[in-house]
Design a protein. Structure first.
Length: 372
């Protein structure tokens, strides 16, 4: 889940929005406008719309605080956080490493619902201090934010992985058994059971007259089911990659092209003719950089005949490289962290090969076929 709109950084963590965020934001604004209008029509359309928009914004601020709580616990335990993305169903913190102990996993998971619960209690307390909801738009806003944050805390504490409650369950099983993989699989199974329950209840409510509300619950169940299945599969992935080195998977057949070749000829003679997507650029027998379709697409097509690969390549010194003996899991973490499709494999300043996502996928496919 990557963000398409960057909002800036908080505590050094990139904050962004996924396009699906706008869908749920509009739904919340329309829902709140209808709710406030039916209960307090005397406020007027302008006040009601402003209140609905303000409440929706504060709701997403509370979601951001929920995710920041996860991220700050992670960073305090030396687990790097790439970014926080707000999307249709809430938010997600992209934590690049798994916790190394059940204790860290427990607090990293539990702090999110705890933050939402604290926000909810604060909002409800402030609302009670204000007084009559019929005369105060502020109280209506605080009441809604209070109840929705308490609901969010309760929902996230459901013991279904990868919800926060599922991660708490995973931490407890991990602490009891000492087996992180087994705890993930157990929590993921519980998550699948809860997801099926949401789907069944949503369908039952839909045919019982709940309409869109039932379908929305079924959709949440489907989302949780996919996430739980993915978490279960990640354990198998970790086993498949355990002990595998970069040298075991990389390709040593690295196509090379002369750096003085112009971009037009490169596209016609190499990219389109061979279908390959990654080439090492050489100059006088020495590798100087790497070029892919990504670099080509950054250049206006009219300029292709007048530019060489030296002009558009990524210099070797700027590339993230790995050694042949590096663990494959570490290389994949680098690919994910820096959003790379290829990594040059270098040993003693010499290019040994190239590791790409395609090679990793081929390895996993072969491993899965022979294992089955």
């Amino acid at each position: 889940m990557r963000s398409q709109i960057k909002l800036g950084r908080v505590f050094g963590i990139q904050i962004g929005l996924h396009y699906s965020w706008f869908l749920i934001a509009l739904l919340i604004v329309f829902s709140l406008s209808s709710q406030f209008h039916s209960s307090n029509p005397a406020w007027g359309d302008g006040v009601i719309l402003t209140l609905a928009v303000g409440t929706a914004i504060l709701f997403f601020v509370s979601l951001l605080l929920h995710e920041l709580a996860h991220s700050l616990v992670a960073t305090s335990n030396k687990l790097p956080v790439k970014e926080i993305t707000l999307f249709a169903l809430g938010g997600v913190s992209q934590i690049e490493k798994n916790p190394e102990s059940a204790k860290v996993e427990f607090w990293m998971a539990f702090v999110g619902p705890l933050t939402s619960a604290v926000i909810g209690v604060i909002c409800l307390t402030l609302a009670r201090l204000i007084g009559d909801p019929s005369s105060s738009p502020w109280m209506a806003m605080l009441l809604w934010l209070g109840y929705i944050n308490l609901t969010l805390a309760g929902f996230n504490l459901l013991p279904g992985y990868p919800l926060d409650g599922g991660r708490v369950l995973r931490a407890l099983i991990w602490w009891k058994t000492g087996d992180a993989d087994r705890s993930t699989q157990s929590a993921a199974r519980v998550g699948q059971a809860i997801a099926f329950g949401f789907i069944a209840l949503g369908i039952f409510r839909y045919f019982g007259g709940a309409g869109v509300g039932g379908l929305w619950m079924a959709f949440i169940g489907w989302f949780l089911l996919q996430a739980a299945r993915e978490s279960y599969m990640q354990v198998g992935l970790a086993h498949a990659l355990k002990g595998v080195r970069v040298a075991d998977v990389m390709t040593r057949d690295c196509p090379t092209v002369d750096g003085w070749l112009n971009v037009q000829n490169f596209v016609e003679q190499e990219l389109l003719r061979t279908g390959r997507r990654c080439f090492m650029v050489v100059d006088k027998g020495q590798v100087t950089g790497l070029v892919t379709p990504h670099e080509v697409k950054q250049i206006d097509r009219a300029k292709w005949p007048f530019m060489t690969l030296h002009d558009i390549m990524r210099p070797l010194g700027d590339l993230r490289a790995v050694t042949p003996d590096a663990p494959l899991t570490g290389a994949l973490e680098s690919m994910s962290r820096y959003d790379l499709n290829q990594l040059p494999v270098i040993s003693n300043s010499h290019l040994e090969g190239l590791l790409s996502r395609a090679e990793v996928l081929n390895y996993l496919q072969t491993h899965a076929e022979l294992r089955d």
